[in-house]
Design a protein around this ligand. Sequence first.
Ligand code: PHE
Length: 345
Amino acid sequence: MLSPEAEAIRDEALAGVAAASDVAALASVDRTFLGKDGAVGQILASIKDAPPEKRKQLGQEANALKQVIGGAIEERREALRAEALVAERASDGFDPTLPGAPLQRGSLHPVTQVTRELQGIFSSMGYAILDGPEVELDDYNFEALNIPADHPAREMYDTFWCKGDANLLLRTHTSPVQIRALETLEPPFRAIAPGRCFRNETVDASHEHTFHQMEGLVVGEGITVGHLIGAMKTFLREVFRRDLEIRLRPGFFPFVEPGFELDVRCPFCAEKTPRGCSVCKRTTWIELCPCGMVHPRVLAFGGVDAEKYTGFAFGLGLSRLVMLRFGIDDIRHLMGADLRFLEQF
Ligand code: PHE
C-alpha cells in the first residue's frame, strides 16, 4: 500500500534502472535512491520527526521501496553482465577452443630431491630418520664428539658462534645428532640424520657457508668395518644403479677410531677414460664420505655401554652428492635462489 509520493519514487527509480545501459549508470541509480542521502534514505530519516501514527506507515514504505528497487537493480546488473558476455563472444578474437592459461608448476629443490631419495634408500635398509637442531650446544657439536676445547681438530671447523652464549653455535656438521641418538635410542639401532650445516668459509665454487650433510650411525653388538663397507656399497648401488668400486683411506676424526675417507670410483669416467675427468680431477676417484668406527668415548658420552656395543658412523657430503648427481659445477647455486637454475630440476 504505497502512498502516491512513494509510488512516484518507485516509478522514477524503475525507469532509471531500465534506462541504465552500463554498470556505472546502474550504480548511480543505486546511490540516488538507496544511498544514505538518497530518496529512500530520506524517508527513513524523516521517521523520527513524523507524528507517531504515521511512523509505521513510513517504515513499511521505505522497506518496500528498498526491496523493489534493490531487486530491480540486481536483476538489471545480471542482465548487463550476460549482455557483456554475449558481446564478448560475438566479437572477433574470442575462441572458446583455445587451451587455458598454463598453470605454473613448481618443483623440488635438487637437495630436497636427493635427500628424499636417500631417505627412501636408507629406510628400506632399516634406518630411522632423525633430526637435530641447527643451533647446537658446544657440548654436542664438539665436546661429546671427543673434541675438547683445546683440541686442534677444532681448527677444521670454522665455527659461527652465537653472541652472548659461549656454549651456542651453528652446528658445523651433522655429527652432534650422533650424540642425541645415542642418548635417546636403545641399541641396536640404525639411523640417518640429514640437514644443514654451517661454516665460516671463504665462499667459492666448492665452499659455502651453508651446506648439507647426512649423518649415519649404526650401533649394535659385533658391528665391524665390514658392516660399514657393506652399507656404503649397498647405498651407492642404489644411487648410481650399478656396483661402483670403493676404497678406504685412513682419515682422522676424533670421534671415530679407526677413521676413514671413503672414495668411490668416478662414475663419470673410470670405465671409459682411465686417466680421469674434471669431476674426479683426473684421479678416477671421488672423495665421498668420511666415516669410521664410533670411538668408545663417544659411545660412553652418549650413555651407551662401550664394552658391549660397537658402531660405525659416516658423514655423507649431501651437497657434494647433489652436485655429482646433477652435474652442478658450483656449490653456490644450491643456496642462491636463482630461478633460472632452480627451474631446471
Ligand atoms: N662430521 C665429520 C665432518 O663433517 C665427518 C664424519 C662423520 C667423519 C662421521 C666420521 C664419521 O667433518
